[in-house]
Ligand binder design. Structure first.
Ligand code: ADP
Length: 260
């Protein structure tokens, strides 16, 4: 794996809340065109990792670089999709407004959106299957539809690097399928996508690489070599129900591969 020009480098990153470290000495780097899962138990620091790379929480030590530069110089090449629950969905805005706002990073300050921006927003809305709902207030959407709005907004932004915090949380199977197809499509266009993910059953199917995190970086690398029972045990510690789930999962993986 060549890391000569990584899209994202994280060096010795430590983040603390109230002096308690929640990330400790985390190091990894990601090359362009990978779809990467960030995996670990609740409270492992997954959201914090993304927020600290995005400059939303302070680092106690270490640093990160995006496209070899400081975040501020490349912010408009990065799209961040936060957890759905972290947003006030009662805010009065339509689906179209929220998606169009995704293009604002490319607009100069105080410039009005042009036809091209509106077109980008409409295309993004179509690609997530929300056409017909453009004028709907975002408060009046299902959880799956809200997640699709987030994704459309990120697509309209036309970024190079995407961070998505639990895009599959609380969505139905059809929405999950739409989202993963869009993420794979982004990756096939040479974009780089990092996704906080909880469902261990789908990790091998979805991700090229995994970051296994539990305050410290337990392991990082290609999914087939890194997503192993030993590494999962180390990541999830002594959580027994989960360990039996992992064993079932590994047993399943030894069966002949399913048709895709
Ligand atoms: P994950 O995304 O893996 O569930 P988080 O990054 O959200 O983990 O949280 C890591 C730890 O930091 C948890 O123990 C959480 O309670 C704590 N934490 C997260 N955000 C804050 C905050 N703003 N202030 C204090 N503690 C926080």
């Amino acid at each position: 794996m060549s890391n000569s020009n990584p899209v994202l480098e994280v060096h010795d990153l430590t983040v603390s809340y109230n002096k308690k470290p929640v990330l400790w000495g985390v190091d990894f780097s990601i090359d362009q065109g990978n779809l990467v899962g960030i995996i670990g138990p609740n409270g492992a620091g997954k959201s914090t990792l993304i927020k600290s790379i995005m400059g939303l929480v302070d680092k106690s030590a270490g640093f990160s670089k995006v496209f070899g530069r400081d975040l501020k110089q490349v912010r408009n090449k990065i799209s961040y999709v936060p957890q759905r629950g972290s947003v006030d969905w009662d805010f009065p805005a339509t689906v179209f407004d929220v998606v169009l706002m995704g293009t604002y990073g490319k607009l100069g300050l105080f410039k009005r959106p042009k036809r091209a921006h509106k077109e980008a927003a409409n295309n993004a809305i179509k690609s997530v299957g929300l056409q017909g709902l453009e004028d709907r207030q975002i408060a009046q959407l299902s959880g799956g539809q809200q997640q699709r709005v987030f994704l459309a907004r990120a697509l309209a932004q036309n970024a190079e690097l995407y961070f998505m915090d639990e895009p599959f949380a609380g969505v139905d199977a059809a929405t999950e399928k739409t989202i993963i197809e869009i993420l794979k499509n982004l990756k096939n266009q040479g974009k780089t996508v990092l996704v906080v993910h909880h469902d261990l059953q789908t990790v091998s199917e979805y991700f090229d690489q995994v970051i296994l995190l539990n305050t410290r970086l337990v392991a990082f690398g290609d999914t087939d070599k890194t997503f192993t029972e030993n590494n999962l045990q180390e990541t999830y510690g002594g959580k027994l129900t989960l360990l039996s789930e992992i064993r079932n999962l590994m047993a399943k993986e030894e069966m002949p591969s399913r048709e895709k």
